[in-house]
Design a binder for this molecule. Sequence first.
Ligand code: ADP
Ligand code: ZN
Ligand code: ZN
Length: 732
Amino acid sequence: MPHVLRVALDTPLRRLFDYLPPAPPAGADPAPGTRVRVPFGRQRLVGIVVSAADTSEIAPQRLKPILEVLDATPVLDEASLELLEWAARYYHHPEGEVLSGALPKALRLGAPAGASEERWLATGAGAAALAAGELRRAPKQRALLELLAAEGPCATGLLDARAGSWREAARALSARGFIASSEVPLARPAVCASVRAPGPELLPEQGAAVEAVGAALGRFGAFVLHGITGSGKTEVYLRLIERVLARGGRSLVLVPEIGLTPQLLARFRARFDAPLAVLHSALTDAERLAAWRDAFGGHARIVLGTRSAVFAPVPDLGLIVVDEEHDASFKQHEGGFRYSARDLAVVRARHAQVPVVLGSATPSLETLHNVGAGRYTRLRLERRAALAVPPLLKLVDLRHNAMRSGISTPAALAIERHLGEDGQVLVFLNRRGYAPTLLCTGCGWIAPCRECDARLTVHLAAGRLRCHHCGADAPLPARCPQCGFAVKSVGQGTERVEEVLAAQFPQASLARLDRDTVRRRGDLEAVVRRMATGEARILIGTQMVTKGHDFPNVTLVVVLNADQGLFSTDFRAPERLAQTIVQVAGRAGRGTRPGEVLIQTEFPDHPLLKSLLEHGYEGFARAALAERAQARWPPFSRLAALRASARSAEAALGFLSAARTLAGRPRGVRLLGPVPAAMARRAGRHYAQLLAESTERAPLHTFLDEWLPQVEQLRQARAVRWSLDVDPIELF
Ligand code: ADP
Ligand code: ZN
Ligand code: ZN
């Protein structure tokens, strides 16, 4: 029986590849998690050893040996491997892509995993050659060999200094096996970690939360830290990290894409005198490699990062924190491997036997359901740390109130009053640009995107029409291209609201926060600063204003349009709406003055809005969970979405129909669809989806395990791009 190693390669194939151990004298088998270089067709690829086996389906004479072992210690330790294999199985994604995706690009290409240096030494054969008096006609090679034989292993720096241009001689000598090189890891200086500045005295609820999680250090426990913005959640994380540091452990902190602000980093740095590794999507490859090495080598005592940092190596992990756990950016919903970093954080914590803290002002319904079922422990922070009172929420009924360009009379009066009392005002509208529609007053033509089932958005200041779905960009026409009549902008975006407010409140200076005003590094900080100094009195913004920033003197928040979220085809839309309202409301009255929140709506009697207003987020969550239970949506069922896109709707739907036919009548699983996406055409491609739903997890996964390999083989699969999304958070 051959002894083989199973190697994961970065390919979309759902299998591992068998190789023979490296040829002697390389010695023992490389351990699981070690990178190796292997022949693959005509290529040489870097792979990761997953396991050893005594049987192979490959005929013995066709098995090839591993060419080279790249790591002395595995780059994926046992716990990381376990997590990644779990994730590959759960999300039904090829293991090779999942494993290599957890490593920075440079490591996938074979770069050394640790800070290391290259050293050269003479081999036994080299010493024998010297003794036998060989190499007499190659003085440079002989000199180098003599140096190495006399000195022992030499770093390249030393050779540069003592042997001049030695590389060519080294190549010739190593080709004959007389000398060899190796990468030797550099020892890191030991670092101590300490608290630079003690935090404030904890409020009783904060203290209780720290005690509860602190008591679970060293074992698994899932905790939900539920407290409104400003209630002191971050302070609780900091105290827990302090305890972990004191025990000699390391902490992993995950934050949403937009939450990794300079303010947050500054807060960590001000508190701890301990090395921090920061991992996020905007790093260059070199920066990512450096941060990964800091984490891997154990230099970093705190690893702070966005979604993919859930896979970061953290030796002696003691605690995982997921801040703003409800945030959609924790779910990877593009590309191949679609995972939830929040859910994987809980799995990782369980494997590592450490506590995980999920913090939020508006926990996801899934998380609250887990609290209800007793799987997670909820810790509440009801009071605001900075002694402020929670804001008062009110609805403005748009059916009975006059509007001027999107702003109702009660809202305008409230803005005037708060400005008069020296407060600041935040106006929220989840739509950037000037207006969502350009309409011809003559023939009714509406500017469409050629590539999407969508209208082009008017960007007046830029003089452009832009598609917010595919990025199409065209000059703003002065007249209708069909009939030559005048065109006009219909509806409101943040740019227009800014114009309207500037006209209504000429004495108040305005600031705007959306993707059009924040384009470069520093733009965001500039807006935040204008609000903090009080120079700007009114801030108009999109989703961007709901997260991460303190505007202590904002006393009024106006939500211009709550209705988009109420009647969407996506069952999660109301949850997102409620979270947005609560988060944006949390920006009001963070100082010592009470805040007021006005929500404009045409549906003031909508039951979910009413439950939110009357009973807060908690009441909303109860009502929304009851609705989900009735409709059998998650968390009362399990979903997986098979999605496809193609140049034609027929191809996308045809593939999904064929996939559905293949499935037959699976036991315990309902298939819904295929249906075209709500916005079927985007950037010239047609999107459709087929849902698989089950009340229990097991039947769904058993079904997917059998079904996907067949789906992959479908003839129609070649004509489409397809993907599987387990636990999708957006349905389209
Ligand atoms: P969250 O993360 O819930 O938004 P933070 O931890 O950022 O809340 O706290 C909000 C503000 O209150 C911060 O300025 C913080 O420094 C302050 N703070 C937090 N806890 C306390 C405390 N126990 N005593 C005084 N100030 C506190
Ligand atoms: Zn026209
Ligand atoms: Zn478009």
